[in-house]
Design a protein around this ligand. Sequence first.
Ligand code: GDP
Ligand code: IMO
Ligand code: MG
Length: 428
Amino acid sequence: MTATVVLGLAWGDEGKGRVCDALASDVGYVSRYSGGNNAGHTVRVGEEEFKLHLVPSGIVREGVICTIGNGVVVNPEVLVEEVRALEERGLDVRDRLKVDGRAHLIMPYHIALDSHREIALGNARIGTTNRGIGPTYEDKVARYGIRVQDIFDEGILKTKLKAALREKNAIFENVYGEEHYEVSELASWLLSFKEFIEPMVADTGTMLRDALENRERVLLEGGQATLLDNDHGTYPFVTSSNPTVGGAVVGSGIPARHLEYVVGVTKAYTTRVGDGPMPTELFDETGEIIRSVGREYGTTTGRARRVGWLDLPAIKWAASLNGITHVAITLLDVLSAVDEIKICVGYEIDGKAVEGYPMHQTDLHHARPVYKTVPGWGEDITWCRMRGDLPEAAQDFVAFVEAEVGTPVCMISVGPERDQAIVERIGI
Ligand code: GDP
Ligand code: IMO
Ligand code: MG
């Protein structure tokens, strides 16, 4: 049957987890295809809050099979801890979670390198999550990464570790003046997870393709987001994978022809955690209000998120890049706290109005937003379950975004809980 991709249109934390959770009510499979435990996806069901880093959000839905695709980078320790913690909360995880044998493993030296590099960059730092994501993808591309399947053969594992450490140890000793890593220690560390992980390892691409041929519905859950994409995002202030729609095909191992729907998720405003340009960033009291009402603190690192008005040129560009079929607008309730709402509808760069979204990174640093100001609604909307329940000003806000993005809105979330949403599935 068909696959639906859920991906972020901005710099992450758009609420992809909760959108996936809503759409997972009638799918057979939910799969992560990119990134690793730099992601933090929140699903709230009543009083229960699940913060997922590696395990797909579908795990919260009974009976849904979840896969961690070949495009994901896996810290084995985090995987084991996350599975155990979810099982302690009563979810049957190991019966329903499969991890692709081709996925690359995040090693302790990747995390160490991530942190050394950030310190060395000083003010030019990326503001990574310090989870070793970049160095792991580098090794994958350099062809000396360690993959999940490598833990099944100690001999092969040690040979690969030796090859990987040849240059790494030279870097640790000579550039960062640090102790080197031992093959035997790393091998024992990895092998300590073997028994736990082995039954979950599968060829998840083949699983998903078979499922699609058997008319199952598959949901592909993006980590990170479009403006953090290594190719298309605000490079170098990006992650090291491709969260965009192409990454969903490569990172899950399913053919593009199966992708029928692409849901782009955006907050009703913008947030960013980490460094890099953010034209609509607010440094005033309104920004503080939005941060505090929206509880804008990172799910993974706890860092305060930078907050700004909705950046439509960026969202429209991301929508076009991913060929989205639907848009989901999240955290609309947070804007109830402000009297007047601004929406960035264009940029001025060096005093000149520009069309669209600039390609040059430096332009983005200078881009001054051109705002359209619309009235706020100033009332609680968390009870609304249909568009018609929303105050007129909120309906107008949604209609404006929908018209500008040019695809139908399939979900408007008005609170963090599963039920606090207006869902208009439109065939998805
Ligand atoms: P993800 O990484 O895209 O899955 O998003 P995160 O889970 O990192 O961040 C979204 C945050 O917003 C989480 O704390 C959610 O519980 C919260 N959230 C999601 N939707 C809503 C909403 O409609 N209203 C409010 N107030 N909070 C929401
Ligand atoms: P979810 O899936 C928000 C950001 C980091 C940093 C940059 C590079 O929850 O939306 P990395 O550790 O990937 O090398 O960091 O990317 N970043 C995220 N920001 N949400 C995420 O994931 C992120 N994953 C990475 O803050 O700016
Ligand atoms: Mg997140």
